[in-house]
Design a protein around this ligand. Structure first.
Ligand SMILES: [Zn+2]
Length: 264
């Protein structure tokens, strides 16, 4: 997964998305927030000052040469509700609760915030639809990625084989220890012999969110899936990790928008 530096901000992009979309998953580098949110914190509910969060958001949009007025974001609640977006969010209006956002409008930039949960970016270059999914363990066991693909098919006429998917940085299978209750939910979704749960020699159980979401996408018919394989808890100089930083942390941002093409 290639990364880029623009004006001190460092962000990653998926190779699988072509020139038809503009997108980035932003590390914590390059923003204005002090510790423990250092530096590019996009989270408005983690104790950081709103002015700094808004400044960071502006820096992120500027780096991709996007207008912050094109923003559509949601209040992420670890569910599977989706919003089909036709126009940017009016920033003074209340924010909707959802964990899946889809649009076919180049006037809209989709944005979400993360600190261990898995960002999933979607693009259908044929019907010109993009999507973003926030999938922690609940979103993963409840099939948020599958629900997103079904909505692209039902609501925008996408064919799963045309859709490209990127599974972004999140807490990796080396760090994501889960308890018995979570493990039981994972087994219900993925089956007894699934590789998504691994018991280590110490007897602890680890959940592989990347593989879980890759399986969900593949079962939905998506063939083109890129997995970043970047663990947020392994590399705190780049990412916020709720688990590794014991909740005293920020949120990193992901953006995706359709490029405006001539005549379309
Ligand atoms: Zn790790």
């Amino acid at each position: 997964m290639p990364f880029h530096y623009i004006e001190g901000l460092k962000f990653y992009s998926f190779s699988t998305f072509g020139k038809d979309v503009r997108h980035g998953i932003f590390t914590r580098l390059g923003g204005v927030s002090p510790k423990p949110w250092n530096y590019l914190n996009l989270g408005g509910t983690v104790g950081d000052d709103t002015k700094r969060v808004n400044r960071n958001r502006q820096l992120m949009f500027d780096s991709l040469k996007l207008d912050v007025q094109s923003l559509f974001d949601v209040w992420q609640v670890h569910g599977t509700s989706l919003v089909l977006v036709d126009e940017p969010r009016r920033l003074h209006e209340p924010i909707q609760k959802a964990d899946i956002i889809l649009t076919n409008q180049p006037s809209v930039t989709l944005m979400m915030r993360f600190a261990d949960c898995t960002p999933i970016l979607l693009h259908d270059p044929v019907q010109r639809v993009i999507g973003m999914v926030h999938a922690g363990w609940m979103g993963t066991v409840n099939g948020a990625a599958k629900i997103a693909i079904e909505a692209m098919v039902d609501r925008y006429g996408s064919k799963p084989e045309d859709i490209r998917a990127g599974i972004g940085p999140s807490i990796g299978p080396d760090h994501y220890e889960v308890g018995e209750n979570v493990a039981l939910e994972v087994l219900k979704t993925f089956g007894e012999n699934s590789p998504v749960l691994k018991e280590q020699l110490n007897g602890k159980i680890y959940f592989d969110l990347w593989e879980g979401n890759r399986i969900l996408l593949q079962k939905s018919g998506v063939q083109n899936i890129e997995v970043a394989g970047l663990c947020t808890a392994c590399k705190l100089e780049d990412w916020y990790s709720h688990r590794a930083e014991k909740g005293k942390t920020g949120r990193f941002g992901a953006l995706i928008t359709l490029e405006v093409l001539d005549g379309r």
